[in-house]
Design a protein around this ligand. Structure first.
Ligand code: CU
Length: 433
């Protein structure tokens, strides 16, 4: 890293402090996406148009991309399609890409799709770049889970350019489909988050600006930007649908109360494998590719799930992980309760009332991080030195969740960037919308 990029990195870190304050107040607990419109026969219809646009990267650059638009609003990644198990789905695709981009199409891995209209392609029916021809893809969402959809036409180029998105199928049975990933109690969650991971090689996007798609060489692939839900750090912490990121509407601000269960829907949207590491606790991988790890599907639940600290999300694959945290076995009372206080929900009872285990250094001897509230106790803020940004307005616990490939913690060689987000554990009295 040269001196210029260090300076730039520090400046970005400063901006991040401002953006974060807004983000922590407007974070969404539910996954953003679209649910389509219903035909009289009950079919759920999505109208997507492939269009050209631009995305911003957190190193201050911008790149041409191709994305799926609803109307004129092109976005990266494509809109998250949220449907229910058993729904008949119809996706209508038009191609308004530049003529030099050629045909495009959509595939839905894991689903039995019938396609009509347009022209025949290698994998499925394709829409030529005339802005008018409509290709129709139909399938029934038979199994709940996390999926993706992506271009089936020259995916080496078109997925890289942004023609990829997530598909979430909510379970059709059970009492509470909004809080279960599958039709089983083991898949219960309080909060859910999408972790749609992609990468980008700027050189490919530069070639697309100046040469027809047929002449673009994707064999010398060297990504330098990495994205969670279409943004790199610190943009992931900005509010969803931020006006300054018009083609990157989705954010990734993870929040929970102690003891809650978090569902992380991981999607490998690009072409590399990414080892995503969740600090604070192990998680349970309960499903991959929309299928629960069950010795008797639909009955046994996630009895073949495994516990881990890092999950390698592979290209084109998905995984569902359940994560939780309640300060268990830290050996001290993270709430700072005096003995006899009523217990908070989610508290690890055997540590209740145990004192903070060491004597804190004096204020002048402490190193303050931007997420330190001034007190080691959850929900308790303290005095911060003058000039400290004091980002942690709710005095929550911040756990960094990130890729374990250190190169991926940069945006175009500038640190911090890329595949970083934070899980914020909020005091039970702090509302999470
Ligand atoms: Cu780490």
């Amino acid at each position: 890293m040269n001196r210029f990029s260090i300076t730039k990195g520090l400046r970005i870190f400063g901006w991040m402090t401002v953006l974060l304050l807004g983000a922590s107040l407007t974070a969404q607990a539910a996954i953003d996406g679209i649910t389509g419109t219903k035909n009289p026969d009950g079919t759920v219809v999505f109208n997507l148009v492939a269009r050209k646009g631009n995305i911003s990267t957190s190193d201050g650059d911008s790149f041409q991309m191709w994305g799926y638009a609803v109307g004129n609003r092109v976005q990266y990644p494509g809109p998250t399609l949220i449907v229910s198990q058993g729904d008949r789905i119809m996706v209508r695709l038009k191609n308004a890409l530049p003529a030099t981009a050629g045909n495009t199409s959509i595939t839905f891995p894991g689903h039995q799709v019938s396609a009509r209209g347009g022209v025949a392609g290698t994998l499925t029916r394709e829409a030529p770049p005339d802005g008018a021809t409509q290709v129709i893809y139909e399938f029934t969402a038979t199994e709940p889970g996390t999926y993706l959809y992506r271009s089936g036409t020259r995916p080496d180029l078109q997925v890289e350019m942004g023609l990829v998105g997530a598909l979430i199928v909510r379970p059709g049975g059970g009492p509470d489909p909004a809080h279960h990933a599958y039709n089983h109690a083991d898949s219960y969650f309080d909060q859910e988050y999408l972790y749609f991971i992609t990468e980008m090689d700027p050189w490919i996007h530069r070639q697309v600006e100046f040469t027809p798609a047929s002449a673009v060489d994707t064999t010398k692939y060297f990504p330098t930007n990495w994205f969670i839900n279409g943004r790199n750090w610190p943009d992931v912490m900005s509010p969803a649908f931020a006006k300054w990121l018009p083609t990157q509407p989705y954010n990734c601000v993870l929040r929970m109360h102690p003891g809650q269960k978090i569902l992380v829907r991981l999607v490998g949207g690009g072409r590399d494998i990414h080892p995503m590491h969740l600090h604070g606790n192990n998680f349970w991988v309960i499903a991959e590719d929309g299928r629960m790890f069950s010795s008797n599907p639909g009955v046994s639940g996630a009895d073949l799930a495994w516990s881990d600290v890092t999950y390698k999300i592979a290209a084109g694959r998905t995984a569902d992980a359940i994560w939780s945290w309640n300060a268990e076995k830290l050996g001290w009372d993270i709430y700072g309760h005096a003995p006899g206080d009523p217990m908070e929900p989610g508290e690890y009872a055997p540590d209740h009332g145990k004192p903070f285990p060491v004597v804190l250094p004096t204020r002048d001897s402490m190193t303050y991080g931007p997420f330190y509230s001034g007190s080691p106790f959850l929900g308790a803020g303290g005095d911060l030195p003058p000039g400290d940004p004091g980002l942690n307005a709710n005095a929550g616990y911040f756990y960094m969740w990130h890729s374990h490939t250190e190169k991926e913690l940069t945006s175009n060689d500038i640190w911090p960037g890329g595949l970083v987000s934070f899980m914020i554990i909020e005091h039970p009295n702090v509302p999470i919308p």
